[in-house]
Structures are given as structure tokens and as C-alpha cells.
Design a protein around this ligand. Sequence first.
Ligand code: DMJ
Length: 460
Amino acid sequence: MSPLRVLLLFFLFAGTLSQNTFAQTASMSDAQKAELARRVRQEFLHAWDGYRQYAWGHDDLKPLSKKPHDWYSHSLLMTPVDGLDTMILMGLTPQADEARELIDTKLNFDQDIYVKDFEITIRLMGGLLSSYQMTGDKRLLELADDLGRRMLPMFNSPTGMPYEYVNLHTGAVRGTNSNPAEVGSLLLEYGMLARLTGNQMYYDKAKRSVVEMYKRQSRIGLVGLGINVETGKWTDQTAGIMGGIDSYYEYLLKCAILFHDKDCERMWTQSAVAINKYLADQRPDGLWYGQANMRTGKRTTTYYGALDAFFPALLALSGDRARAAKLEDSSYRMWNLAGVEPDSLDYAKMQIVNAEYPLRPEIIESAYYLYHYTRDPKYLAMGETFFDSLLKYCRTDTGFAALSDVRTKEKTDSMESFFFAETLKYLYLLFAPPSTLDFDSIVFNTEAHPLKRNSAASTH
Ligand code: DMJ
């Protein structure tokens, strides 16, 4: 372990973490950063080669059994679509061209399958749109438009909030019990699709869905974890920033930035006040965010996990750098408890609640945002820790495997496409020169697909 990280850990566990402590941290030279970026790129290639050899044309590679895995009865090329813009950013041109050729010629959404709106939108539509913007390949936009049209029936509920599943061939829908993240995290993609195709309906339907969700927030400004999209009634009143709610908040702010949408700006600003009032939990050992009842604001549980670790990035993007930095420090403590972060931790007891690690990116995403804004080398040191842990505990001879238990480091046979789209992308961007991607000219969707702020309509 480098002296930089020994120091970082010492202060973390001594509980004396502060900005000043790390202001003294030695910086990393450009050559050291370039070397780390090169190594991350190499590892992307390692995992991509595994996919290419054992799972080509399928959704994912199972990295232990070396078998392909498809989400549905027909592959939707999840890994190639999700990973394509990362390959482009990394300058892996032959691999990107080959993946794009596969997508252009083989991806076909006319399938009699019920797909999960949220996942398909953030991974596939997001990936198609960002790669279209990077390459100008019109086939990618055509595919996104075709997908968008096939998915539109999902909004045909009495409230306008989407059903959870839609059949891509018949347009039939199912799944009335949803949550804020699934209802409210479609607007960046559908909004960009509207901008690029000129079909305003995409924006309007996704925007209505967010507004309907926001209208149902409690009097104190919180949303719950479960909602029935037909009746509009809450089925779970647990408020938090965790999975199931997370990207609803993320898209309120990002919609305001990407589309200059004043409603989104107002909804974000008002939500942020409630989040910081009722969910933030400043404790002697640092800042955390837990759960509360959405109507009373009363604390219910003190859980924080890998998914919650997106929030420092969002706070930083909103301009609240102080809270962002404190929360990232807490997230880093969580990571170092077992050497890899668990999916859920009871931060009041510092006890692991869910010990899985499915190769999630959020803590790395936050380090990248904070390094972008502060240039504090401690975030590079954190990134090095994350990278080393991935190599030490998750690497296999064909890629990287999720962990079923971060305490025992037992691996499980899964390598989700977000590992290509997000985990390795944010790690690479953390170390790569800022010119690799102009942060201020894009907004990342929740799957790390960069969407251009100043994009014009397509001429197709
Ligand atoms: C990703 O698919 C997205 O980031 C989503 O918002 C929730 N988390 C997974 C990765 O952890």
C-alpha cells in the first residue's frame, strides 16, 4: 500500500478526517496518473476480451463458468451497448468499431419480451444516445428511436407514471408497483431522444411522470420507496437516498442542468432541503444519510450502502462540496471495513447488513466528481484503493466477478454491464487527463453515459 493511502486510512480510522488533513497529501504526478489510467484501460480490455471470447452477441459474460448470460429469451446486447462509449473514451478503436458493427447489424428490439423500463432506458437508450453523439452513427439514433417508440405504452397508466415492464413487440404492460427511481429516471434519456429526433412527446411523457411523482411527495417534502402507478398511492413510506429512490433525485438536478428546465430545478432545490433536514445524519464519526418515515421525518433505520454512495457526486454537482466531501469520506470508511464495500451497512453500529458487492461504481463516481471539482489528491488515492481491491478480490482469468460476501471475498458468477459502462469508466476518467472528456459540456445519465449539453437535432 502506498504511503499516501496508509496516511489516508490512519486519519479515517482515527476519526480526525478533515479537509486540512488531506490538503497536505502528496499529489500524484501526471506520469503516475497516466500509468494508472493505462492500467485501468488494460483491465477493461481484459474483461472485454473475456466477453468477446465466451459471450459474444449475448447480454453478459458469467466470469466464473465462462458462459454467456441473457436477461430475456433474446439478447439485447447489454454489454456491448453499455460498454461502447467507454471504449470510445479509452481510445479502444478496433474494439469500439467491432462492437458498433455488432449493434448496427444485430440489435433488434422487435421482440416479444417484457423488459424492465428503467434498466433498458438507462443502459440501452442511454448507451445508444451517448455513442451516437460521440460517433455520429445514425443507426444508433434510429435504434434509440425505435426502442423509445416501443416503450412509450409504459406511460399509459391512469397517473401517467410508467408500469414497470413493457412488451417490446405488443406494447402490453405489467407491474403496477414501482418506486421513485424507476418512475423518475427516464427523463434524461427521453428528453435527449426528443431533442435529437424532434419528437417532443418523448420529453412530455417522461416529464409528466416525474411531476406526478413529485406531486405525491409528503408535506415535509419526502418520497417513499414504493408507489402504485395506477392509484398513485404509496405502498412503502420509507424515505431515503437508497436504491429505489436514488436516481429520482439525481434526474431532478440533472434535468435542470441538461435541459434548463425550471420545474426540475425547483423540484430538486425543494427536495434537497428535505433530504438534508430529515435524512442526513451527522454523527461523531462523520456524515451519513439514513432512512426516515416520509410523513413524519422520524428516523427509521441507519443504513447506508454502495448505492447510496452516488450521493457525494450529486451533492458536488449541486454545489454542496462540503457535504459531498464529508459523505465521500464516510463512504471510503465503509469500503475499508472489509476491503470492499458492502451493499448495505448499519452505520450506527458499523455492521454489515448486506455483504454483497456486485461490482458497483457509485463510490468511484463520487471520487471522480470530487477530484474534478477540488483536485484534491486524496481522491486519487481513494481511486487507487478501489482499483487495487478490484484487482485483488474480483479479477478472474476472463474478467471480473461480483462478490457474494465482502467478508469472505467469495466470488459469484456475474459481471454486470454497468461494470463496463460505469465502474471502469469513472476509474479511468479519474486518472486520465481532463481533456479526455469535457466534464462541463456533458451530463452523465445514471449509467454513466455522457449526454451533450449543447446537442442539436439530427438531420436524418
Ligand atoms: C446502475 O445500473 C445505475 O447506476 C443505477 O442508477 C443504479 N445502480 C447501478 C449500478 O450500481
